[in-house]
Design a protein around this ligand. Structure first.
Ligand SMILES: Nc1ncnc2c1ncn2[C@@H]1O[C@H](COP(=O)(O)OP(=O)(O)O)[C@@H](O)[C@H]1O
Ligand SMILES: [Mg+2]
Length: 366
C-alpha cells in the first residue's frame, strides 16, 4: 500500500480576506485620516452594516464621538503603538451597548493605519465572573464572621466540658471524650480558615520580586504534594516587581499549584509556571470610569483532565469542590487575595490543558 504524501502547502493558497472572514472577532482597518478601509464579516455583523456601508466612511460616523475606543484608535495612530483594553462598554450607533475587549495594532508599512480587533462576550464573561466571585467572597465573609461568633464560642464550651469529663469517665469511654475534642478542633480549624474572608484590613504591601515567590512555592510543592510532578519554569527575568504582599502571593500561587498537582496524572504530570509582561493592557471595570493597569502576568498551566464545564461559572465560589476531602475554599480564597491586590484572575480549561492567569499591578515607582 502506498501512502500519498500530504503537500506542505495547499496548491491554492487561502487569500487573507477569507482568513479574516473566518475569524470570530471583528476586525476593522482605520486609515490615518480616520476612514474605514476594511471590515471583515464579523465586523459587518457586529455593526449591523454591510462592507459598502462601512468602508470609505469615517470611523466616528460608526462609533459615538466620545467613545473610549475612538480615543484609543487615535492614541495608536499617533504613537504607532499597540493598545488593548479589557471590559470596555461599546455603544455602536446601530446596536445595543456591548461589553468587549479591544486590541488595536498599527500596520507597519502604512503610517497612521491601524487594525482594530473587537472581541465580544468571552472576555466579558470572565470579567463578569470576576465581579461575581468578588460578591461571593463578600458573602462568605459575612458568614465567617457569624460562624466565629455563633459556632466557635459554644464549641470552646463543649471542648472544655469534654476535657473535664475525661477525668471522671471509665478508661474505655475516654476515646469518646477524645473524639469530641478532636472533632471540635476540626470544626474550629475550618471556621478559622474561613475567618480570612472577613478580614477587611487593607493589605500591607510593598515591592515584591515575583520570582522569589515562585521559587518558594516551587520548593514547597516539590518537597510535599507535588513530588510526582515535573515543574517547568518559563520566566521573564526582566519582569519588574509586583506591588503586593509576599505572604499572600505565596498563598495564591501555592493554592493554584496544589490544585494543578492534584489534577495532573500520576505518570507524566506536568506543570508550567510562567511570568510575562503584557504591554498596554488596561482594564476598565464595568460600571466605573476608573482604569487600572495590570501588566504583570503569572500563569500556571497543567496537563490534567480540565475543569468540568458545570463548574466554570461557580469555580471561585466557596464550597465548590469535586474532591472527596476537598473544602472548596482554595479558589475562593485565591480570588479574594487576588482581588485584595487589585488584580484579576481568569482561567481557560480544556482536557489536557488548564491555565490559570493572574494579572497583577507593578510596584510603584517602577
Ligand atoms: N487545575 C485544575 N484542574 C482541574 N480542576 C481544577 C483545577 N483547579 C481547580 N479545579 C476544580 O475546582 C474545584 C475547586 O478547587 P478549590 O477551590 O481549590 O477547592 P478544593 O481543591 O478543596 O476542591 C476542585 O475541586 C476541582 O474540581
Ligand atoms: Mg484546592
Amino acid at each position: 500500500m502506498s501512502i500519498k504524501p500530504i503537500p506542505l502547502f495547499p496548491e491554492q493558497p487561502v487569500d487573507p480576506e477569507s482568513i479574516l472572514g473566518a475569524l470570530e472577532c471583528s476586525v476593522i482597518v482605520v486609515r490615518g485620516d480616520g476612514m474605514i478601509s476594511f471590515v471583515n464579516d464579523s465586523a459587518q455583523r457586529f455593526f449591523a452594516a454591510s462592507a459598502s456601508q462601512l468602508c470609505g466612511h469615517p470611523v466616528d460616523a460608526v462609533l459615538p464621538r466620545d467613545s473610549t475606543i475612538l480615543a484609543l484608535i487615535r492614541q495608536a495612530q499617533e504613537r504607532m503603538i499597540g493598545v488593548s483594553e479589557y471590559g470596555l462598554i461599546l455603544d455602536t450607533m446601530r446596536t445595543r451597548s456591548q461589553l468587549v475587549n479591544v486590541q488595536i495594532s498599527p500596520i507597519n508599512d502604512h503610517p497612521g493605519t491601524v487594525a482594530v480587533a473587537i472581541f465580544e462576550r468571552n472576555i466579558a464573561d470572565k470579567i463578569d465572573r470576576q465581579l461575581s466571585h468578588r460578591n461571593s467572597a463578600r458573602s462568605v465573609g459575612a458568614m465567617a464572621a457569624m460562624l466565629a461568633h455563633e459556632v466557635k464560642n459554644p464549641l470552646s464550651g463543649i471542648r472544655g466540658a469534654a476535657q473535664l469529663l475525661e477525668g471522671s469517665v471509665e478508661p474505655d469511654d475516654r476515646n469518646l471524650t477524645r473524639l469530641i475534642c478532636e472533632e471540635t478542633d476540626r470544626i474550629c480549624a475550618l471556621v478559622d480558615r474561613m475567618d480570612v474572608f472577613s478580614d477587611q484590613r487593607p493589605l500591607e504591601r510593598g515591592s515584591v520580586n515575583i520570582h522569589i515567590v515562585m521559587e518558594r512555592v516551587k520548593q514547597l510543592a516539590q518537597n510535599g504534594f507535588g513530588k510526582h510532578v515535573n515543574i517547568i519554569e518559563n520566566y521573564d527575568p526582566s519582569l519588574p516587581p509586583v506591588d503586593g504582599n509576599r505572604d499572600l502571593l505565596v498563598q495564591i500561587f501555592l493554592n493554584l499549584i496544589k490544585n494543578a498537582a492534584e489534577a495532573v496524572p500520576v505518570k507524566g504530570g506536568e506543570i508550567v509556571l510562567a511570568t510575562s509582561y503584557q504591554h498596554g493592557v488596561r482594564f476598565a471595570l464595568p460600571g466605573s470610569t476608573a482604569v487600572k493597569q495590570l501588566p504583570l502576568v503569572v500563569t500556571i498551566q497543567d496537563n490534567g483532565p480540565g475543569i468540568p464545564e458545570s463548574l466554570h461559572s461557580s469555580l471561585f465560589d466557596a464550597f465548590v469542590t469535586t474532591k472527596a476531602k476537598g473544602s472548596g475554599l482554595g479558589l475562593a480564597l485565591v480570588a479574594k487575595m487576588v482581588d485584595d491586590h487589585g488584580g484579576i484572575i481568569e482561567f481557560d480549561s480544556q482536557p489536557g490543558k488548564t491555565v490559570f492567569r493572574v494579572m497583577l499591578p507593578m510596584a510603584r515607582g517602577e
